[in-house]
Design a protein around this ligand. Structure first.
Ligand SMILES: *Cc1c(COP(=O)(O)O)cnc(C)c1O
Length: 441
């Protein structure tokens, strides 16, 4: 397998479509592309928002629907292993993020799981740090102003419920803020590891250590990390993590999310949405709640079996890279793709004053490249989509291109940039119909 340095050099030097095709021929991960349905005429640069459909998902869902549901009916909760699916899929995701079997479970959405872990962590912090009358300032939850909005909304509501305030610090200020002995005490640091707008990667281990030094919990959202970059929750000594099933894990629209709690905390916490499937014995139908041991008590209601089935197929497309170097190899390929994209944009779109918002160092970037244009970025993205190059737009001015390393080829990067150059050179994006806003951008 080529080293990362070689891969990056070759990607940087590719200056023709033929050279890109040669990179694809040498790509040790190239065979994994066949795992996905590829609509003709589409170059899909939005796997960071909704991963592509794996070929086997439709067949597997049909089996579960017609066989397990249609024929097995309610017996399938036992006979087809439906009850264990949240842990079974969780154990597979665990392998991608450095968690151990039994520590991570699939349920609910990322938003809901973040609420659960944050409330649980804050209650734990309050128990260890009882309020004193002389306390000047309310304790805080620290996050970043550029964090994904749902994370901020959830953090705000979970914090307010328990008398905490949410304090937002720019990335460069996080470390000094956590180390400031004169500022309000910090109970939790809530960050998304890979910035959804820019793709910049936070140092999970370093910032977790900074949080711990401040007496705070380190809570991580892995929405743009899981299935995209190598993550090792134990090595980083994180406290809690949540993440998304429908992005790089290819689980399908609205796929359930995942939640992880470090084993040192999991049984010390009480998550706030105690539901019957998190009970130690749901089918005792006891009136009093008694939480299951371990991460299972983070379950609330009945698991969505069809969605979990699709998510399992998606996760397995990523696990298929394990014999080929796993997440390190996937991120290395994504670095080659993003590096090529950036170089080609610089070369072929140089008249159009595009600005790179993503880190220039490929090791500091997740699997995406974000650009800013002085022109109408939304209309440019719409014009590209109409030509089969699907990226997305993030308010207020970000053109975002995701590079899922499993299905994408170097020639796709070449073709996408040529299309972007055409849209900009010809000004086709100026057609008023591209300015019309849709509900989802
Ligand atoms: C995509 C994403 C979410 C999505 O949350 P849902 O509850 O699944 O809608 C949350 N946080 C981040 C950082 C994301 O990128």
């Amino acid at each position: 397998m080529p080293s990362l340095a070689e891969l990056l050099t070759h990607a940087r030097e590719a200056s023709s479509r033929d050279q890109c095709a040669a990179l694809d021929r040498d790509d040790p991960l190239g065979a994994l592309r066949a795992q996905f349905v590829a609509p003709p005429g589409v170059i899909y640069l939005d796997g960071n928002s909704l991963g592509q459909l794996p070929v086997k998902t439709a067949t597997r869902i049909a089996q579960v629907v017609t066989g397990e549901w249609g024929q097995g009916l309610i017996r399938s909760w036992n006979d087809a292993g439906w009850m264990d699916l949240p842990t079974q899929v969780g154990n597979q995701i665990a392998r991608l993020v450095g968690a151990r079997p039994g520590e991570l479970i699939v349920c609910d959405s990322t938003s809901v799981n973040l609420f659960k872990v944050l409330r649980a962590a804050l209650a734990l912090w309050l128990a260890a740090n009882p309020a004193k009358p002389q306390d000047a300032a309310a304790p805080v939850v620290v996050s970043q102003p550029g964090n994904f909005p749902t994370d901020l909304y959830i953090a705000q509501s979970a914090a307010a419920d328990l008398g905490f305030e949410l304090e937002l610090c720019d990335a460069a200020q996080l470390e000094p803020r956590l180390a400031d002995p004169n500022a309000a005490p910090v109970a939790a640091l809530v960050l998304t590891q890979v910035d959804y707008r820019t793709g910049a990667i936070h140092d999970l281990g370093h910032l977790s250590a900074c949080a711990h030094a401040a007496g705070a919990f380190a809570i991580w959202d892995l929405a743009h990390s899981a299935g995209a970059i190598p993550v090792d929750l134990h090595q980083a000594d994180a406290d809690f993590a949540v993440g998304c099933g429908y992005k790089f894990l290819n689980g399908g629209p609205g796929a359930p999310a995942f939640v992880w709690a470090h084993p040192r905390w999991v049984d010390k916490t009480r998550q706030p949405l105690a539901g019957w499937l998190g009970h130690t014995a749901p089918f005792d139908f006891a009136a009093a709640y008694s939480p299951a041991q371990g991460i299972r008590h983070y379950l609330g209601g009945t698991p969505p079996i069809l969605s979990l089935t699709a998510l399992e197929c998606g996760v397995q497309t990523v696990l298929a890279a394990e014999p080929l170097g796993g997440m390190a190899a996937l991120h290395a390929k994504a670095q080659g793709l993003t590096e090529l994209f950036i170089r080609l944009v610089a070369r072929h779109c140089d008249r159009h004053e595009l600005e790179l918002l993503s880190p220039t160092d490929p090791a500091q970037r997740g699997c995406q490249v974000s650009l800013r244009s002085p022109l109408d970025g939304y209309a440019i993205v719409q014009a590209l989509i109409e030509r089969g190059v699907i990226g997305d737009f993030r308010a207020s001015d970000v053109l975002r291109f995701g590079f899922s390393p499993l299905p994408l080829r170097y020639v796709d990067v070449w073709d996408a940039v040529m299309e972007l150059a055409r849209v900009l050179d010809t000004g086709t994006w100026r057609d008023p119909r591209y300015a019309q806003r849709h509900a989802v951008t």
